[in-house]
Design a protein around this ligand. Structure first.
Ligand code: ADP
Ligand code: MG
Length: 666
């Protein structure tokens, strides 16, 4: 159902909701709150001064309005609460005067001064709220308030829209789950904590069941797959190539190369995830694999998530392969039409041995002569069915994923349960540890002079902030635009500062990146666009603002952009310096340790705040907190799959659809 069909929801609000990835009324209903405010009512006699409290009472006198200056007014009246008559004052609500009538119920939020027997209210509700009443909190975007979202959700709930329950009947019965409609209602409009609990049990299980079902399905399909041609064993020539590299491989790189070699020459399709910290050297491992395929007469494709990354890979890899006969090309969405056609032709007739690109590679028009290997870099795994189809004339290609998210092994075995995993833990020799320091907002002058020192040495600096634009609730945070302004002022415009964020056009992004790579720009201010893979060796400092807003794993990945050569590198985290989480980053440079800590340290309250952390973005589930449920759904969905796969899920309409969807995408 279209959003604008809802009462009071116009085109402007629709566009704002679109920014939150809400495109239909169904999406809105699935836009679960990230947390709740529980209102506890205080007794005025027990209130501490200067403590914000909520009281309820009855209005005892007609309000008197006063006007100061032009835009300033107050209302004063008496309220009877907790057996006591008190004075109430509230500013700039003169418009409410006629609605506040003696004898009526009222709720007040504010502070009580017992000496003056006066309650200074910051907010008024013209009714009596119940003790323990609950308000849902939603993630917001600039221009839309929590109240508005809550109101739209209210109207959406009234529409009685049919919502699919993805939990098969059998498991609903087994665990006594409430029904989907109830769960969605309770999650948005709970009247007590118990309702939230019941709703969460249901919705978390549902989300994880569907997720694990897909993983199990992939695993099943893969185990049944037949018809892969084993690659020829070219170990000797590959070793020669490895020896010719300008560096020697680390132990884990060697181990990974061996794993891949074994997969390639087997008749079972490779499905391998190479998991290694930023800078651990995953690319070369992929390059070696594609070289072995080339020697066996196969083409390879390497897919990267952004044009910047794909281009960078292309330049690096072309250089690494310059002494071989491999023909390497780059294909982007923005590649000129004429050049594209040429590349399509060469892929089809086998003239290209390794094609590097973005999602442009999975365009209808791309056909390979004999694709033997697909490498996906920095694949963020939450859309299991976002897997990529590459049209191939030959046989089944081997698949290699490369990810910089160092997930602890136990979790990896579950969520990557359909793949084999190689870990690269050792770092290339000669790497300097990144020196990390935490600074508070008040120490910004220090930060600026540290930056200036670094720039004077001829080095470059990354500045990162999570926000592009200000959102109303978060006006204490610093946006990239503000940061650029501040830096321009601080450096007197003598240092070239540029901005990079996701909303820039492709051309602008490239221009900004090129200027930074070439060293023309000294300071690059960005959102997390640069999170993955960008490699500028001369950048030796990174300053991250609002650092506590990021997950530790994300921060660690971010700072991996520096420390790319033997120069000293510094990462400055601007945030609260008593922040326990951030201290982990001061202590350690080991991605696996950090992710483990991150998992450990997140508290209930942080759990929904994971939208910045990229990889595992579930709507409501959290693989750490809900790990037991995850294991349960792994078992259950496997059992369900095996029971139903023979008859093609004929009696399980919704799962039939899920599989159909996955087939189309695969
Ligand atoms: P990531 O794992 O983050 O993708 P890259 O593959 O981009 O890391 O490697 C980072 C840098 O380290 C590259 O410049 C690469 O050439 C270099 N590198 C990779 N392996 C080694 C090694 N064994 N010794 C020295 N440098 C290496
Ligand atoms: Mg990489």
């Amino acid at each position: 159902m279209e959003l604008t069909k809802l009462k009071g929801l116009g085109e402007k609000s629709r566009d704002l909701l679109n920014n939150l990835n809400i495109f239909s009324v169904e999406d809105l209903l699935m836009y679960y709150p990230y947390g709740y405010n529980v209102y506890n009512i205080s007794d005025i006699n027990k209130a501490n001064e200067n403590e914000q409290i909520i009281i309820v009472g009855k209005v005892d006198s007609t309000p008197i309005a006063r006007r100061f200056k032009r835009n300033f007014n107050s209302l004063s009246f008496r309220v009877f609460t907790s057996n006591k008559l008190i004075n109430v004052v509230i500013f700039n609500r003169a418009f409410m005067k006629n609605n506040i009538t003696p004898g009526s119920d009222i709720t007040l939020i504010g502070k009580y001064n017992s000496l003056k027997n006066t309650f200074t209210a910051s907010n008024i509700l013209l009714s009596k709220i119940e003790e323990g009443s609950i308000e849902s909190k939603y993630h917001l975007t600039s221009g839309i308030s929590n109240k508005q979202i809550s109101k739209y959700v209210d109207s959406a709930l009234k529409e009685n829209i049919a919502l699919t329950d993805y939990i098969p009947e059998e498991y609903n019965d087994r665990y006594n789950f409430i029904n989907k409609r109830e769960a969605v209602y309770y999650i948005h409009k709970p009247s007590n904590i118990d309702e939230i609990k019941k709703a969460k049990l249901k919705l978390i299980y549902e989300e994880l069941f569907t997720f694990m079902f897909k993983i199990n399905y992939l695993k099943y399909v893969k185990s049944k797959e037949e018809g892969k041609e084993p690659k020829k064993d070219k170990k000797e020539e590959v070793d020669k190539f490895i020896d010719s590299l300008p560096f020697s491989l680390t132990t884990d790189q060697i181990k990974t190369v061996e794993d891949i070699h074994t997969d390639l020459i087997s008749d079972k399709r490779m499905n391998r995830l190479v998991c290694g910290d930023v800078g651990s050297g995953k690319t070369i491992v992929g390059v070696i694999a594609s070289y072995e395929c080339f020697l066996s007469g196969y083409q390879s494709a390497l897919m990267a998530p952004t044009e910047i990354l794909a281009t960078q890979h292309y330049l690096n890899i072309k250089n690494l392969l310059k002494d071989t006969n491999m023909n390497v090309e780059l294909l982007l969405g923005s590649t000129k039409k004429k050049d594209k056609e040429e590349i399509y032709r060469k892929l089809e007739n086998g003239e290209i041995d390794l094609i590097i690109g973005t999602h442009a590679l999975i365009s209808e028009k791309v056909t390979f002569k004999n694709l033997g290997l697909v490498i996906t870099d920095e694949q963020h795994r939450f859309g299991v069915n976002q897997r990529n189809s590459l049209r191939n004339k030959g046989n089944i290609p081997d698949i290699l994923y490369m990810s910089a998210t160092p997930i602890p092994r136990t979790y990896a075995l579950t969520i990557y349960g359909d793949m084999d995993i190689s870990l690269i833990k050792t770092k290339p020799a000669g790497r300097k540890e990144i020196n990390t320091i935490i600074k508070s907002d008040k120490e910004i002058k220090d930060v600026l002079s540290l930056m200036l020192e670094e720039i004077k040495k001829g080095h470059q600096v990354y500045v990162v902030s999570p926000l592009i634009e200000e959102s109303e609730e978060e006006n204490t945070l610093t946006t990239v635009n503000e940061l650029k302004e501040k830096l321009d002022i601080a450096f007197n415009k003598k240092v070239k500062v540029e901005i990079l964020h996701g909303k820039l056009s492709k051309e602008d992004k490239e221009k900004v990146m090129d200027d930074f790579k070439e060293g023309k720009t000294k300071v690059l201010v960005s959102t997390t666009v640069i999170e993955v893979g960008v490699d500028v060796k001369n950048a030796t400092m990174m300053v991250i603002f609002n650092a506590e807003r990021f997950g530790l794993a994300t921060l660690h990945q971010l700072r991996g952009r520096i420390g790319r050569n033997s120069l000293e590198s510094t990462c400055i985290l601007v945030g609260k310096n008593d922040n326990e989480r951030l201290k982990v980053l001061e202590e350690s440079n080991d991605g696996f340790y950090i992710t483990e800590k991150d998992f450990e340290m997140r508290r209930e309250g942080d759990l929904f705040g994971t939208r910045q952390s990229g990889d595992m973005s579930f709507k409501i589930a959290d693989i750490k907190r809900d790990f037991k449920v995850l294991l349960k759904t792994k078992e259950d969905s496997e059992e369900f799959l095996l029971k139903n796969i023979k008859n093609g899920f004929k009696n399980e309409e919704k799962y039939y659809k899920i599989i159909d969807e996955m087939k189309r995408l695969d």
